[in-house]
Design a protein around this ligand. Structure first.
Ligand code: SAM
Length: 287
């Protein structure tokens, strides 16, 4: 038998040793996962001086060893929180990030005056944005598309697990939902946008997020975002809104590229909670 606290302390030290960010939070999350309890219950057990049996200790040590090897925490627990949802994630799908939650706030604001908006999520990955919008705005008619069949399978699984009525197609954003042309109120997208050649430093991202989810297809990372925006312009009705995430280095270049497309008005950029430029919004001009 080992004390819970001693196990967490040892795991935290091991994770810190190899530079895992948020080592203690990860050690706690893995222990909560292995014990099958929420974080708050784990804290209670820690305060009460609970112990770990040998089998659970072994399972915990194995997870900590994988985290030391920089397997993403979310792959080890099998879930990622996004807005009010817990999404299933693992190899083959991009882990949704907290900063992307901003897009859902912007989306809800953009369609606040539309009673049953038609919403399209281009490049949906795990389905995070589309499913969160449907969850928070049940009257919306939400469709999403994802190119990568493995990621698409995760999105469909999340949709089914959560029981949310969202159409999720497998295919290219560039040719998404031709039936909806000119009738969509809101297009939201977190496309791949990392400049080609700029390999992420974090092993969790570099080695575990699919490449198709990361790289924007050109030196400035904007080739794919720009073609996705062009498709959004075809989908949107006049006055419809595009919301697109971008890298913090693209807060000028992506808005400039959208202005060049000549179909957008009110192009403006938005900061995330860490005050970094993170998302652009634009309104579809009349034809
Ligand atoms: C940065 S991830 C974002 C995933 C999800 N929207 C999120 O915010 O967590 C980009 C996603 O776009 C997908 N993707 C890349 N190119 C695409 C394309 N041309 N059409 C549709 N999806 C694409 C990738 O497979 C990946 O799942």
């Amino acid at each position: 038998m080992t004390g819970l606290r001693a196990a967490v302390d040892a795991a935290t030290a091991q994770l810190r040793e190899v530079g895992v960010p948020s080592a203690r939070a990860d050690a706690l999350a893995l222990l909560a996962h292995v014990r099958g309890v929420p974080g708050a219950e784990l804290q209670r057990q820690l305060v009460l001086g609970a112990t770990l049996d040998a089998a659970t200790r072994q399972a915990y040590d194995e997870l900590v060893a994988q985290r030391r090897a920089r397997v993403p925490l979310q792959h080890l627990t099998g879930t990622a929180p996004f807005r009010h949802l817990e999404l299933a994630v693992g190899p083959g799908v991009f882990v949704p990030r907290p900063e992307t939650e901003l897009l859902v706030d912007l989306a809800l604001r953009a369609v606040a005056d539309v009673s049953a908006p038609t919403v399209v999520d281009l490049c949906t990955g795990s389905g995070a944005i589309a499913l969160a919008i449907k969850h928070e705005l049940p009257a919306a008619d939400v469709s999403a598309i994802e190119l990568d069949p493995m990621a698409h399978a995760w999105a469909a699984r999340n949709r089914d697990n959560l029981g949310l009525d969202v159409e999720i197609d497998c295919g290219a954003a560039e040719s998404a939902f031709p039936d909806l042309d000119g009738g969509v109120d809101l297009v939201v997208s977190n496309p791949p946008y990392i400049p080609v050649g700029m390999v992420p430093i974090d092993p969790e991202v570099r080695d575990h997020d699919p490449e198709v989810a990361l790289y924007g297809g050109s030196e400035d990372g904007l080739r794919i975002p720009i073609v996705v925006a062009a498709r959004a312009a075809q989908l949107l009705r006049p006055g419809g809104v595009l919301i697109m995430e971008h890298a913090d280095s693209q807060g000028d270049s992506l808005p400039a590229a959208l202005r060049q497309q000549g179909v957008w008005s009110r192009v403006s950029d938005h900061l995330d909670l860490t005050e970094r430029p993170r998302a652009v919004t634009a309104v579809r001009r009349a034809w």
